[in-house]
Write a protein that binds this ligand. Structure first.
Ligand code: FES
Length: 82
């Protein structure tokens, strides 16, 4: 399975002492892309438990949808080229 995730951040976030979970003593970084407190895990990954292998999903407005196709187009500004 895979997920399409849209992120708007443009810079890194530095971890602060306040980011450490006082009960567990650790920092959990989200790797599913669904956390409302990204980059930190908020437990939203539980929604991915029944995802099927080989299927791509998009989570939008609280709903999960299967992605049938992704269509890429040329960037008319050329800004994505290096
Ligand atoms: S890994 Fe993404 S919310 Fe937990």
């Amino acid at each position: 399975m895979s997920r399409l995730v849209e992120l708007e951040g443009t810079k890194p976030r530095k971890l602060e002492p306040s980011d450490v979970d006082p009960e567990k003593g650790n920092v959990a970084i989200c790797q599913c892309g669904l956390s409302a407190s990204f980059p930190f895990c908020d437990g939203s990954h539980r929604r991915t438990r029944d995802e099927e292998p080989g299927v791509c999903y998009r989570y939008e407005g609280g709903e999960r949808r299967r992605v049938e196709a992704v269509r890429c187009v040329e960037d008319p500004t050329g800004e994505s080229e290096q």
